[in-house]
Design a protein around this ligand. Structure first.
Ligand SMILES: NC(=O)c1ccc[n+]([C@@H]2O[C@H](COP(=O)([O-])OP(=O)(O)OC[C@H]3O[C@@H](n4cnc5c(N)ncnc54)[C@H](OP(=O)(O)O)[C@@H]3O)[C@@H](O)[C@H]2O)c1
Length: 253
């Protein structure tokens, strides 16, 4: 049985970092994508290697199609099979509705929706070539794609029209891929609530937002990482589902 190989976008920090480390500890080799976080990505890759993984870093600004292709070829130069692609990288900058111009709209859609689509296309042959037994999947089910969505895809937020639309598009990408690429490739989505605060949020805002969560606490990047592992290695009959990880927050809207 071959070792499963995973590509994680935005793997240098926060949620992506937790996913990379958890996958390495679960027996995956890991390609750690980053944009600005070269040093942090190298540190994550080193920790993955310490856990026994073949791990390396790849840089790309996902706003640019040529760099998305560069990420694909950078990985495929080393690996011809991929068991898991995690589309985790994302941009989340608030802009009032009337100030979102065409360039800002396009940038957010490019990073959050177009790049995940292009990466799925770019890695499709490698996903279809993966050994099902590497992830304990039945014959014919070769690769898995996990898209990191957001409960905000269903629940609009003031100041985030471009972001919310991009994540709503990603939710539909989960569903279309689940229909069109199965059985060879299984596709799932994860919709976090609050699992890692944006650094700009004040303590007052954090407390106010946390108090609205039915479980009365925020989540953590590891809550997402554990689910990525479960959806990949255990949930072989789950296809096209988008799983909220939000302490019940999405039920409050
Ligand atoms: N944090 C939460 O509570 C929460 C809530 C709902 C949904 N989510 C979703 O869960 C995922 C992870 O959340 P997070 O908070 O850890 O994300 P994040 O810190 O906002 O972003 C993750 C990574 O995306 C990368 N990125 C941003 N712009 C990029 C670009 N143009 N090209 C390539 N990479 C780019 C950054 O990489 P570099 O640092 O290397 O530049 C960044 O580290 C995201 O998809 C997010 O939308 C998170």
């Amino acid at each position: 049985m071959s070792r499963p190989r995973a590509v994680v976008t935005g793997g240098a920090k926060r949620v992506g970092r937790a996913i990379c480390l958890h996958l390495a500890q679960s027996g995956f080799d890991v390609a750690v994508h980053h944009r600005s976080g070269a040093e942090q990505a190298e540190e994550v890759a080193a920790q993955c290697r310490a856990a026994g993984a073949d791990a390396f870093t790849v840089a790309a600004d996902l706003a640019h199609t040529d760099q998305v292709q560069g990420l694909v070829s950078g990985v495929l130069e080393r690996w011809d099979q991929i068991s898991l692609l995690v589309n985790n990288a994302s941009v989340y900058d608030p802009v009032p509705f009337e100030e979102i111009d065409a360039a800002e709209w396009d940038r957010v859609q490019a990073i959050n929706t177009r790049a995940p689509f292009l990466l799925c296309r770019g890695f499709l042959s490698a996903l279809r070539a993966a050994d099902p037994s590497a992830i304990g999947a039945p014959a014919g089910q070769h690769g898995v794609v996990v898209h990191m969505c957001d409960i905000g895809a269903d629940n609009p937020q003031v100041g985030y029209t471009h972001y919310s639309v991009s994540k709503a598009g990603l939710v539909m990408l989960v569903k279309t891929m689940a229909l069109e690429l199965a059985p060879a490739v299984r596709t799932v989505g994860i919709s976090p609530g609050h699992v890692a605060w944006p650094p700009a949020y004040s303590d007052e805002r954090r407390g106010r937002l946390a108090s609205r969560i039915p479980l009365k606490r925020v989540g953590a990047p590891d809550d997402i990482a554990r689910l990525v592992r479960f959806l990949t290695l255990e949930a072989h009959y789950v296809n096209g589902a988008i799983v909220p990880v939000d302490g019940g927050l999405g039920k409050r809207y």
